[in-house]
Structures are given as structure tokens and as C-alpha cells.
Design a binder for this molecule. Sequence first.
Ligand code: PEP
Ligand code: MG
Length: 591
Amino acid sequence: MAGAILSGIAVSTGIAIGPCLFLKQETQNLRHSLVPLDQVEQEVRRLEQAIDKAADSFEAARLTLHPGQKLQWDLLTSQLMICRDSKLGGSAARSIREQRMNAEWALEECVTRLADTFSRLSSPYIRERIDDVRLVANRIQARLANAASYPRPEKGGSIILAPDLTPADLAAFPGGHLTAFAVEQGGPTSHIGILARGLRTPALVGVLGLSEKAPQAREAIVDGLHGRLLLDPDPEEVAVYLALRERLTEYEKRVRADAALPAETVDGERVDILANLESGGEITDMRSCGAEGAGLVRTEFSYIARTALPEEDDLYKEYMDMARSVYPHKIAFRTFDAGGDKIIGSRKGPLEKNPALGLRGIRFSLHHQDMFRSQLRAILRAGVMGNAALIFPLISGLEELKLAKSLLNEAKQELGAEKIPYARDLPLGIMVELPSTVLISDILAREVDFFSIGTNDLTQYSLGVDRDNRQVEYLTRAIHPAIVRSIKLVVDNAHAAGIPVCVCGELAADLYCLPLLIGMRVDEISLAPQSIPTVKHLIRKMRASNCREMLREALSAPGGAMIDNMARQALYSSFPEDSDFFACRPDADIA
Ligand code: PEP
Ligand code: MG
């Protein structure tokens, strides 16, 4: 009997068909009981065995990774170390012995205690590790309950369905065992989507009703084009999707074959297409996708995967390796952007009531200057390759930018005094992600070498829509005129000051927005490698003069729906042979 069809937001394209696993939250319904005195040692052994099994699962997952999956390797190593750390097991065992708590209860108590201690530490980096501790404890709890919550996925891979997944959860799946995933939480620019694209895994977020309908499902189809999840599909649905998947594969092969060609419109306007990277492991993929450099390296990803704060030399080595691999193309390192929906902000805790408006981006770095200084020095040193650039995230105004620049200058002076080679003229850019930055972009343009527009945050802060909140996601479905006007203003101010502009939020991969960006004459577009071949392919079919006409209409449009319809029509009528393979908006119908 056929099951349900649920709609969600496609965050990573592709079609997956096959067996599925539902991951329930292990901490629900934990059993609390007092252990009889004569069974205390037995209970401690039960705990130790669960810890061993959980450690084995981290170890096994680690062994299945391929060399490019450095981020996952580091995350799993960190989780393995926490699992084996006596602070967790030892203190839970003490609670069993001294207070006769059962193992589940003792473990939960221990995590609560650790969370409390961590939350009082001044280093946000250490505070954020509590989420890893929670994940490890959950994994041990699952072993204690003998729960099927983390059953081994099928050899050929499984589709994972869950109320929510963290990046650490994703990393814990053995390489090749995750064919796709769908979660109930999250919005189109959530962190988890960014990772899914990096992993080239079809993915849906914000799938309403998933927790209710998915637990019994055995098979599923994840449609990462139209944002659909089909549970226990019938044979006809499977046949339709097998055919669509085949056509999609064919299409991707075709556009990939031309990926090395420049993105130049029919009437001769060129835009450079670069890649957004989360780790060095993606560089090979980026090259084969036709990226002409790395427009944005989200350096915070390499911090989360470590068990201790990285030293300047570790960072230098990492950045240097990346700069060397990308050479002679450009690589723009963005300094650590924590907070908001990012790593630290996503870690629950009584840190900030409103993390998206709190200590994130450059504010975080300016509050933790030692960490910032090591990173600046590492990037400056990697700059000797001659192809690196530096970006400050979430700059809100001139004073903040000047302060960050003064720390950059200090780092340069220190390196000079220590006779360590560094790039004296490392190009400096800022992320334009806040309405305040947009409005004074004429002033800020005089202070930097380039702008990088982060449309994920620009949308979040301009429309007041949490990028991770499914309930308000509908407000971002259409292209809001305020966003079009903001980008246009920034591009015009940058060009008037003679500096280039890169657009590097998810909007850059939104095919409805692409003609508008071309119409504005943005200099660079930086996006997930996965999207690059299609974007280049379409730009080569576009006419810049038509894009400009469309932009004119969009700039005077009163509402987003109008712009969206216009963009949709233009795209579907101009490129009918490609239109089946555009990732659709959540409410769009299957073609
Ligand atoms: C953005 O905000 O659009 C951006 C590119 O940065 P991130 O998604 O990493 O916040
Ligand atoms: Mg951002």
C-alpha cells in the first residue's frame, strides 16, 4: 500500500530512491530508576559496555571515510575522544555507585552537570563542545536502550529521516551509507543544507509531518528537485522517479562536460563563477565543477571539528594547503563566523537569548582577540602564495570595520617584526549581510578591496526571518523587492568606488535570481560546487540585455510574487530543455 507524500524544502538537488531509516530522539522517555544495591556493579558494567559499543560505532564510521572527508574525520575523532573520556563515563559510573541511579539517568545527570560547568567557562569554543558531549551521550543512551535509533544503514546506503539532524549527526554516518536525508526542522539556508550540498547528498529540510508519518516507513523517495518526500511509494511512483533520476543524471553529465567553459552570456558579458567551500576536501570537486576559484571559505567549519583550539601553525598549514591547491585561482578566507544559526549559536544553552543578534561574525572575533589574531596571522602567512584574500563577516558599520582592520595591521606588524613572510597587500573584503551595511556601502567601499554579499543573512536580517525557522520560511520563498534593491545598491556603490562585488549566499544558486544578478553586472558569483555546472550552462544561454530588462521590472515591482512569476516565466520559456532540472520553490508543482 502506498504511503504519504510530504512536501519540504529542497536544499540539495538529486533524487534518492531506496530503504529509509527513521532516527528518533534517543533522549525521549529515558528510564529513571534506582538500582538495587547488589546490582550496582552490574549496572556499571552495562554502562561500560554501552560506551564501548558507542566508541566502536564512531571508530567504524571513521574508517569508512575517504581522504577528502577531513571535516567528518575530525568531527568523529573529537566524538570518539569524548566517548572515551573518563569525565563522562567515570562520573556517570560514580553516580551509579554512590547514588544508585540507573545508567541512563546517571549519564543524563552527568551531561547536565557538564553543560552547566561548560556554560560558565569564558571560552565560547569550549562552551560549544557541550553539543558534542550531548551527541555522544545520546549515542551511548541508544546502546543502553538497545534502541534501533542508530541501526546500521544498509550497505548500499539509506535515506535518513529525522525530526532534526546536526552537522555532527551527519558526520557520524559511515561514508557511502547515507544516500539522502529529510528532516522536519530547518529552512532553505540552514547550516545542514550547506553541508548536504558539500556532501552531494540529496536533502530536504522543513518537511512538515515527517515525525508523525515517517517512523513506520521502509522505503522512501527524496525528490531534491521539487522538495518532496514520498514514503513507501507505489511501483508507479518509483518508476516515474527512476526515469526522472536517469534524465537528471544525463542532464548533469551534459552540463558538467561544459563546466570548464567561461560563464559568458550570448552578448559577451562575463561573470566569474567561484565555489563556496567548507573544507579543503571539496577542492577536487570544485575544480571538476568548473569553479574559477574559491569565493568563500567558511573557516568556522574547521574549528568545530577539533577537540582543542587550533594553533596558528595548524591553521597556517591548512590554509596554505588550500591556497596551493586552488592556485593560480583566487581563494577568499572568511574569518571565523560563529553564532546565529552557525555552530555556536546552534548549540543550545543559556548563552544568549537572541544569538542571531548577538556575538556572531566579526563581533565574536573582536571579543576573542587571541583567537582572531592567530587566524589573521595564519591567513596572512598563507597569503604569500599570492592568490588569497581575506573577508570579515557580519560587518555592521565603519567603526567595527576600522577596529578589525587595526587588528589586521597589528598582526602584519608582528609578523614583520618576527621576520615571518606574509602577504603585505592581502586583498580585504567584507561580507555585506546587514541592512546597515547596505545603506552605508558607499562609505564602506572606500575602506576595502571588494564586497561579498551574503544573501542568506541579508535576507534573514532584512526581512526579520530566522534562516533556520520553518514556520517563517514562507516569507522568503519569493524574491523580495527589498533584497533586489539592496543588492543593486551595493553593486552600484561598489562599482562607483571601483571595487568588485561577489554574491555568495544561496540566492546565487537560485536560478530565478540569476538573470537579476547578471542584469546588475555582479563581478563574481560564488556558490556550492554542486550548482556550478548548471549555473554556468544557463549563463551561457542568457542575453545580458534581457537580464537588464528583467531587472528594471523587478526594481519597480511592488511585491515578491510578481518578480518570482516573471523570473519563472522567463526561465521556463527561455530554457525549456533545462527547466525539468531546476530545483523548484517549495510550492511549485512537479513539471
Ligand atoms: C550568507 O550569509 O549569505 C553567507 C554566505 O554566509 P553564511 O551562509 O555562511 O552565513
Ligand atoms: Mg552569513
